[in-house]
Write a protein that binds this ligand. Structure first.
Ligand code: GTR
Length: 427
């Protein structure tokens, strides 16, 4: 199958709008007319050239083949977790957030020999929950204590990026950090709608700098080979570890966990959802290059740029595709296809041209045939990018909202509606 997606211009208006909203690095392409023509690998043609026409062939042959390609060429293979992970409940309250929530803070302790790593999970559940609660699991950028002003949240002691705005001094959080990311978290709305929220500081799993893989959980393992886990794969591995813990916690419905992430952590949620079929739903918020955007479009951020700016995010094999995206045996629509038939939601923002909104939409569009093969409605009858602020929700959901690269209440509203549609029914 050949996809002639390179030279379409029907989104000129949308692009004009976008250009008014946000300035992005100038030397990259934001012109739809300059997107190179390309051929996408067909998720429904196996590497031996045979077409995949049944759900069984997909599950037995093509899915494992694509998964292995992403492991080898893009994110890197991750090891098994250590056998001796210990979960310790550090703190709980049945009257948190003025009686609206149950709060739990759980520490996962990992060790190998003398080396130890602690990963803290902050969990809020609706106070009135009857039975196990469907829960959103997400990583955060600056510590669990930034998610809400709640003074009982344990202040992170882990290394983090310096940020005056976030109250991070000498790469450590201070009291001034509390609640500084609250606008991204809609905690009240999530609880009111009957869902839980669980979050982990991503730097507990792997600090986000090129440290030669000496810190975080990498310290427990030998240095990664060329086809082994970069930081995105490591963060995703940590999300699966949290899910292992949920399986032991009767208050959380581990069969109804939606893994959600923003930006680099949206790339991470997609990889977590693709690999770990226990995640019932996957949400990518503004994930862009190496996430929901098609690499071959080279619109906004490119493979070369991401590998240069963030050499630790992907496995070293991914460097082969710098400026050479067409040589890669996969593109990101196949990542979304790995999540099928489980619901996936992709969200873009108008002003976030760096993340290539149209490329994000197209991954859903070109993953849809796999969703349909597996008996879902894919992207329904959606053939073109929806209008601004008009979410579409099928097995695949998508929206592009007004505004910039961020997580907003509008996004959360859509994720909650999507969860109501898919997770409520599947109980
Ligand atoms: C940018 C990067 C993007 C995106 C973003 C983020 O600098 O180019 O790929 O992931 O960071 O995570 O905030």
């Amino acid at each position: 199958m050949r996809f002639a997606v390179g030279r379409c211009l029907p989104y000129l208006l949308f692009l004009l709008n976008a250009s008014l909203v946000c300035a992005q690095p100038a030397e990259f392409n934001y012109d739809e007319a300059k997107v190179p023509s390309f051929e996408l690998p067909d998720p429904l043609v196996a590497s031996d050239g045979k077409s995949v026409s049944t759900a069984e062939q997909w599950k037995q042959t093509r899915r494992p083949e694509i998964l292995a390609l992403f492991q080898k060429e893009v994110y890197g293979r991750s090891p098994e977790p250590p056998a001796n992970v210990v979960a310790k409940v550090l703190e709980t309250s049945d009257h948190a957030l003025d009686g609206k929530a149950i709060r739990k803070q759980v520490r996962l302790k990992l060790s190998r020999g003398e080396r130890q790593v602690a990963i803290d999970i902050l969990i809020y559940l609706p106070a009135k929950a009857q039975g196990p609660v469907p829960t959103f699991l997400t990583l955060n950028f600056f510590g669990n204590h930034t998610v809400h002003k709640d003074p009982a949240i344990i202040l992170s002691k882990s290394w983090m990026r310096a940020s005056k705005e976030k109250g991070v001094v000498n790469n450590r959080a201070t009291e001034a950090s509390r609640g500084t990311s609250a606008s991204r978290w809609a905690v009240d709305m999530i609880l009111q709608r009957g869902y839980g929220l669980a979050t982990i500081y991503y730097g507990d799993i792997d600090p986000d700098y090129d440290d030669g893989f000496e810190n975080g959980v990498h310290a427990l393992y030998p240095k990664p080979a060329k086809d082994e886990w970069g930081s995105i794969a490591t963060w995703a591995w940590g999300l699966s570890l949290a899910l292992d813990y949920f399986e032991t916690d009767e208050q959380i419905d581990h069969k109804r966990v939606a893994v959600m992430g923003h930006s680099r952590l949206g790339k991470t949620s997609l990889w977590a959802g693709a690999q770990d079929e226990r995640f019932a739903m996957t949400i990518s918020n503004n994930s862009g290059c190496g996430g929901a955007a098609l690499s071959r479009r080279a619109f906004g951020e490119t493979v070369k740029r991401i590998n240069t700016s963030f050499p630790h995010w992907f496995c070293d094999n991914f460097l082969k595709y710098n400026g050479n995206e067409n040589a890669c045996p996969v593109d990101q629509h196949m990542l979304v296809a790995l999540i099928a038939p489980r619901p996936v939601y992709i969200a873009s923002a108008e002003g976030d041209r760096w993340a290539d909104p149209r490329g994000e939409f197209l991954t859903g569009y070109y993953a849809a045939p796999v969703y349909r093969l597996l008996g879902t409605d894919g992207l329904g009858d959606v053939k073109e990018m929806p209008k601004l602020n008009e979410p579409v929700m099928h097995a695949i959901g998508y929206h592009i909202r007004r505004g910039k690269h961020d997580v907003t209440d509008f996004d959360w509203q859509a994720y909650l509606d999507f969860a109501d549609q898919h997770l409520r029914d599947s109980k």
